[in-house]
Write a protein that binds this ligand. Sequence first.
Ligand SMILES: [Zn+2]
Ligand SMILES: [Zn+2]
Length: 397
Amino acid sequence: MEISDKQIIQQEIDQVKEALWELSHKIHKNPELGFQEEQAVKWQTELLKQHGFHIQVPFAGLDTSYKATFAGKGKGPKIAFLAEYDALKGLGHACGHNLIAAMSVGAAIGLSKLIHKLDGEIIVLGCPGEEGGKGKVIMLNNGGFDDIDFAMMIHPATRNLIGRGGLASSVLDVEFFGKAAHSKEPAEGINALTAIINTFTGIDTVRQLWRDDSRINGIIVSGGTAPNIIPEYASARFTVRAKTSKYLLKMIEDIKKVTEAAGLITGARPNVKVGLVSTERYSNSVMGKTIQANMKELGIAMEYPPQGLAVGSSDFGNVSMTVPAIHEYLAIAPLSVKNHTKQMAEAAISKDADEVLIKGAKGLAMTGYDILYNEDLRDQIRFEFQKTITTLSSGQD
Ligand SMILES: [Zn+2]
Ligand SMILES: [Zn+2]
């Protein structure tokens, strides 16, 4: 019986199982924080190089970003598997990014064994600093995604999900400049801490008028040096989330007004720094259904998220607004395990996770194959992408 191309892909990935497990375990045992992932990049690119990929490091202006490419028989669509590999401070790989890296590297290697038959190019994009660093936003700004046609990745989780959205988000730093004075003569000073406190209460006023799913949380970073000195400087940091980046910008404008009001009341001078914005996530449903069908063949049923499931935000949002893309989820732990915990870090190096890693790599590679092979599918993906992005940018939020 003749063996299908997708079966060949699966066999090829089985051939490199051990190497993928070793890669995942090594990254897990040597957690590196965002933008410091030197070893992780070295190990991934070494393996890709062994399998004939052309490697660029550094890439897109980031020392720990990389691009690995493998060209097909002729010109055609460029498919990127996105690898993340940064860890969390104090928690190691509690978000399981070691698995994301190994799945994407494994998918690319598997698909590369058939690329001589296909037009197009297979790419692995090494995306550093996801945890709070917005590495992909920096890569996008530096042209790192300019020639990519389709992008995909799988994140470990406690459910098998397709089509999960994500919120737009940003970080705001608010500071106030006042004037120091001894507390026995407070009238001589300008109290910057009071201005920060007024900012918090002002935000509590405006947030009541915001739409559902709008979130803001903050901490006071600096609130003075001694209780008997009127603080001349105080600062706070907020995270802001919204359904769309358009609405997020409205919220940021509201917060700026609040700081101006706090400045007027107290006499302290405000300064607001807005961090990079992660946009909302748009998951391409044609690509989602394609990977769902492939994972089903591998024995994993993927579903749309249940109603009411909380969504987070990540720098993948910006990718998904630029090229048709998916960021799906495969379960490596029971529902009781929460992300960013010690339990999740343990799950990310478990036997179960190792099995999911191989299946995820196969599912990604098979989906890449479908996209490279099937022009009609590419048209459907692009059609949906264009339609959605036009709707989003025409002002609907
Ligand atoms: Zn995380
Ligand atoms: Zn993560």
